[in-house]
Design a protein around this ligand. Structure first.
Ligand SMILES: [Zn+2]
Length: 160
């Protein structure tokens, strides 16, 4: 019975003091309970095994969060960096699209004005009624869209 109490006391001390109990050479120098525990561990194999297991478990438990923490940090950093790159590329694409749209719109406007002026000039030169060259201008403007529509229809027919 007192022997049993000693084991329990030893295991309680091991549980309270954690992993340091095995690694420390200072056992005998510290508190009397530590000295007693050291003495007990010297003589008791089962308590020594218990202490070793406890130390291993504590080491393991301490290593896991550190590993997980580092892994999590690096994957999070990679993800954040990747997302930032993605956003940057998206912004660049959007900028390119905006510039292209603006350029196309400007070109269309300028060429429409130029063709309008050209048709007016030709109409005046040929002494046509303004309605005539204006209809000509409309047909000329609509023609590319008509041609494109006809081509698309022909292509759809070929594929179908
Ligand atoms: Zn023991």
């Amino acid at each position: 019975m007192p022997n049993n109490d000693a084991h329990q006391q030893a295991r309680k001390l091991i549980a309270l003091s954690g992993a340091e109990i095995l690694s420390a050479n200072q056992l005998s120098d510290q508190q009397s309970s530590n000295a007693w525990l050291a003495a007990h561990l010297e003589t008791c194999a089962s308590c020594r095994t218990f202490a070793e297991n406890a130390a291993d478990t504590i080491h393991g438990l301490r290593a896991i969060p550190i590993a997980a923490g580092r892994g999590l940090v690096s994957t999070t950093q990679i993800r954040v960096r990747r997302r930032a790159l993605e956003l940057q590329r998206q912004r660049e694409r959007m900028w390119l699209v905006a510039v292209s749209c603006t350029a196309v719109t400007l070109c269309a406007l300028l060429s429409t004005v130029a063709f309008w002026l050209g048709f007016a000039w030709l109409g005046a030169r040929a002494q046509l009624a303004s309605s005539v060259w204006q209809v000509g201008f409309l047909v000329f403007c609509v023609m590319p869209a008509l041609v494109a529509a006809i081509l698309l229809l022909a292509k759809a027919k070929d594929q179908g």
